[in-house]
Design a binder for this molecule. Structure first.
Ligand code: GTQ
Length: 349
């Protein structure tokens, strides 16, 4: 097999392709080089969304529709190379959600898994599976698939967060189910803070056995994650490409916190001049603190807090900073690892 070449389309061959097309057949040799590529090839483009623009568009949207009528008032961050697909990468979805003071986003559930990364919140909350959690800046909150969830805002300022979902994966597998509860808010059956106390204190209830593919912790508070990075920076152990990069784990088995989406928090120190790196998992980044530059193949992205940018599969990426900076990121790496597909590469070429 020639990984790059494709046999010529002679007139007789073309006539043959046309003849078999109505019979629902296609000649493999006429398409093979496009479907089995020597390296990842994607329509997904490197791109950045400035938070200020998305935020002001969301406030415009708030004059047009309530969170309740919309069910979720979200502006999808649609990759410019994947127009009309509601995808940020080939496998993942991103959106920014806004809940105005006093509003609720009514309870529903679906087979898609969701993460929230909180961008602005003085009193936002979400309820998942009978437990409520407050949402504060930088918190990473999980909605496991098929769990009831509703969101609300009891403060006097709008709240905003980044939604990351595996919508394209579920769509690809034709496995989407969804239903509304018929009530704005689900019943709360568990005290606030129960999950993190039970599963997030480096202990587990004796005899606890893994019951679901998703972490039983559903809010990983920023204060704790950030503190870990701050203490770790005092010693060596910086990665030449990633700075200090930590992955959020499921405490039950040490695996990724979500079965389909891998999430990380990383600290890039002031003056970081990162080594080039590429991997097969297209990744969505969001600025948390500080600012920096990402060089993604030929594109330079200058990011600030709350800006979102996407790095497509197998695109060389390099970071530079002039001040301390923190980034949150997510990708489909858990799926690729389970399937033995994940690859990465350091250095040029
Ligand atoms: O908050 O439940 O961005 O169901 C897309 C679909 C958010 C949500 C999204 C959803 C949600």
């Amino acid at each position: 097999m020639s990984p790059t070449g494709k046999p010529d389309d002679t007139p007789a061959r073309k006539a043959f392709y046309d003849a078999i097309e109505p019979e629902s057949m296609r000649a493999l040799w006429s398409v093979m080089s496009g479907i089995i590529t020597p390296e990842p090839k994607s329509d997904c483009l490197a791109f950045k969304w400035s938070y200020d623009s998305v935020r002001s568009r969301l406030l415009e949207a708030a004059d047009l529709i309530t969170a309740k009528e919309a069910e979720r008032r979200v502006l999808i961050l649609e990759n410019p190379g994947l127009k009309g697909t509601s995808k940020v990468t080939t496998s993942l979805y991103a959106g920014i959600q806004c809940v105005m003071p006093g509003e609720v986003a009514p309870a529903h559930r679906h087979t898609q898994s969701a993460l929230r990364f909180v961008l602005e919140s003085a009193g936002g909350f979400t309820a998942v599976g009978g437990e409520k959690t407050e949402m504060a800046f930088g918190d990473f909150v999980i909605t496991p698939n098929w769990e009831w969830h509703d969101h609300g805002n009891s403060s006097d300022a709008p709240i905003f967060w980044l939604d990351g979902l595996d919508i394209p994966v579920v769509q690809f597998l034709d496995a989407s189910f969804a239903e509304g509860l018929g009530e704005d808010q689900q019943q709360i059956t568990t005290p606030i803070g129960d999950s993190i106390a039970r599963y997030g204190a480096n202990m587990l209830p004796l005899g606890y056995e893994k019951a679901a593919p998703t972490s039983p912790i559903f809010n990983y508070p920023y204060a704790r994650s950030r503190e870990a990075l701050e203490v770790m920076r005092r010693s060596d152990g910086w990665d030449p490409a990633h700075g200090l990069k930590m992955r959020y784990i499921n405490p039950v088995d040490g695996g990724w916190a979500m079965p389909t989406i891998g999430t990380c928090l990383q600290l890039l120190p002031k003056g970081f001049d990162g080594a080039p790196y590429k991997s097969t998992d297209a990744t969505v980044y969001v600025g948390v603190e500080g600012s920096g530059r990402a060089y993604i193949r030929d594109l330079r992205v200058d990011w600030e807090p709350r800006d979102v940018f996407v790095v497509p599969s197998w695109h060389e990426l390099r970071f530079e900073t002039d001040e301390d900076a923190v980034l949150f990121s997510y990708s489909d790496r858990p799926i690729q690892e389970k399937l033995g597909l994940f690859r990465d590469h350091r250095g040029n070429q």
